[in-house]
Design a protein around this ligand. Structure first.
Ligand code: NG1
Length: 547
């Protein structure tokens, strides 16, 4: 196969010219921005994925087109490495440079990547592409596919899928289907089979009832949930709201982020009658995040920390009962509620570590354990099992029922990345096994009230942090001022960090009471505005209006 790099330039010039000179960076969630400026970015990511696949000996590389929880006019792209991990950090800068180079320099730049990484450009390559249901995604998908074609790579388009589904397909293909079939059907099949075996015909137990409502946030998760329902043998009764067929927009006044960050009940654009009538539990979803909401009008009652503690406690119990010796660990970020960390460390006696925000950091740390549980700030989480853990569990499952359950859990969990649908099925399984309703679950510990704020500043990168983002080292003096403020509040904790996905600085605060939490968040927000170049309107003092 002969490849002429001139084709890359020709495609770029004719079809995907670079329209913006603004410097963009491959961040925690790949590239994100206004969709109208992303065509050239997508084309170049198609090129990069092909190079990466050749670099990795022809293994499948995934390209996901989504801006996840961002507003609808935004889109984004991220690459998935062969084992389902996020793109290796050493290639993030290659991605950044490739996207920022001018059209004129593109051909030479691609040649340099090939040379620097000793890539055999004539070898085979495979790229899987998926997209969310934003209206501009199909256009952007075509740009990615053209990037692959420009380098004569093989591209397989999956159309509208969730991000975790694409990770699943990549891993399934790269493991020669031992992980599952790399198709939408293969994904449903694997999860549903494990879920129904774990249910074992027991649909209700004690306080656990078999009805849930699923808020699809008008996103791709809603469509896929409907597909699940079609294939499930009524093993879980699910009503889907915000299906994306009414007037509602993606993540607009609904979804996990809206409910969690603003602490308001979501708008329900369809099927609201069913919400309370049917439901003891409501799952609020976006493609990645997950949140459980008990009743209409109430703020959320269970998010990532509750899920993490429920899962950790359950795994600990199964491992103990199976009489196997495995290293268990839970990975959190600074956003984890302080009360959850206390509960996990003191009551469950489960080892905990804290890492910076971003799935790649959590996933990486979780791999250090035999069974690593992680849940990201947004509720995005999963469990990873080492090969040693899998083999030990398989052996024990021959004699121990608890180990058999563990074995099925491995199949139920999308180990490749946090998957809200798989996580929901996992929680439903655990609650059913325990005979718990939401009240039982929530009563395990009391969350500290917490508050997040978004602060607009001139340049969010003036903020630098250390110690898993819990300490701010720049601008000078800000950390000392934060600590002074925090010391006035009982059980107070606060930190600030630049967002990796939005042009803002995030403030997190928690304290013993709701009122204190609001005041603490406000005070820290004002400090950020003063010391880090705030550009937004003045923050409203708590009590005077809604923040
Ligand atoms: P940033 O914008 O860096 O805070 C957000 C979420 C992360 C993760 C990424 C990627 C919060 C506080 N942060 O990151 O958890 O989901 O987006 O989508 O929710």
């Amino acid at each position: 196969m002969s490849i002429n790099l001139r084709t890359v330039y020709a495609f770029a010039r004719e079809m995907y010219p670079k329209l913006s000179t603004e410097y963009i960076q491959y961040g925690t969630a790949g590239f994100r921005g206004k969709a109208e400026f992303l065509d050239s970015v997508m084309f170049r990511m198609g090129v990069l994925a092909t190079l990466r696949s050749r670099f990795r000996g022809g293994a499948v590389i995934g390209v996901m087109i989504t801006a996840s929880h961002n507003p609808e006019p935004d889109n984004g792209v991220k690459l998935v490495d062969p084992k389902g991990e996020m793109l290796d950090a050493s290639w993030e800068s290659i991605a950044t440079d490739l996207v920022n180079v001018s059209d004129q320099d593109l051909e030479q730049h691609v040649a340099k990547i090939i040379k620097d990484n000793s890539i055999d450009i004539t070898s085979s390559s495979h790229v899987f592409v998926g997209m969310d249901n934003r209206y501009h995604s199909p256009r952007l998908l075509k740009a990615v596919a053209d990037g692959v074609i420009a380098l004569k790579g093989n591209v397989r388009e999956f159309g509208i899928v969730t991000t975790p589904m694409l990770h699943f397909f990549v891993v399934a293909a790269n493991t020669k289907e031992t992980y599952g079939k790399p198709t939408e059907e293969g994904y449903y099949e694997k999860l549903i089979k494990a879920f129904e075996l774990l249910r074992n015909g027991q649909l209700e137990n004690g306080n656990y009832k078999n009805n849930v409502v699923f808020d699809g946030a008008n996103g791709v998760g809603a469509r896929k949930m409907l597909q699940f329902i079609k294939r499930m043998n009524k093993s879980l009764n699910i009503s889907v709201i915000n299906q994306g067929i009414g007037p509602g927009k993606i993540n607009d006044e609904c979804g996990a982020d809206y409910v969690k960050v603003l602490q308001r009940a979501a708008h329900i654009h369809a099927g609201c009658g069913t919400f309370h009538a049917l439901c003891q539990r409501g799952w609020r979803c976006r493609p990645s995040g997950l949140l459980l909401h008990q009743r209409k009008g109430r703020v959320p009652t269970a998010g990532r920390d509750r899920i993490a503690t429920l899962v950790a406690g359950y795994l600990m119990d199964l491992v103990t009962r199976s009489e196997i010796d495995l290293r268990l660990g839970l990975v959190q970020t600074a956003y984890a509620n302080g009360a959850s960390t206390d509960y996990i460390v003191n009551d469950l006696k489960f080892p905990v570590s804290c890492v910076p925000t971003g799935v790649k950091h959590l996933h990486h740390k979780a791999l250090e354990y035999d069974i690593g549980v992680y849940f990201e700030a947004n509720g995005h989480g999963t469990i990873v099992f080492s090969d040693h853990a899998k083999a030990t569990i398989a052996t024990a499952s021959e004699t121990k029922a608890s180990a058999k359950t563990l074995l099925l859990l491995i199949d139920l969990i999308n180990e490749t990345v946090g998957d809200a649908i798989s996580d929901m099925l996992l929680v439903e399984t655990i609650l059913n096994h325990k005979g718990w309703d939401v009240k039982d679950w929530i009563s395990t510990y009391n969350d500290l009230p917490n508050r997040q704020l978004k602060i607009k500043v001139q340049d969010r990168n003036v903020i630098e942090t250390t110690n898993a983002e819990r300490v701010c080292v720049k601008p000078e003096g800000l950390q000392t001022e934060i600590e002074n403020v925090v010391s006035n509040y009982k059980r107070g904790r606060a930190f600030v960090r630049p967002s990796g996905t939005e042009d803002i600085v995030r403030v997190y605060a928690e304290a013993a009471t709701k009122e204190d939490t609001e005041n603490l968040a406000y005070e820290v927000g004002v400090l950020v505005q003063r010391l880090a170049g705030g550009v937004g309107p003045e923050l409203t003092k708590p009590g005077s209006a809604h923040l």
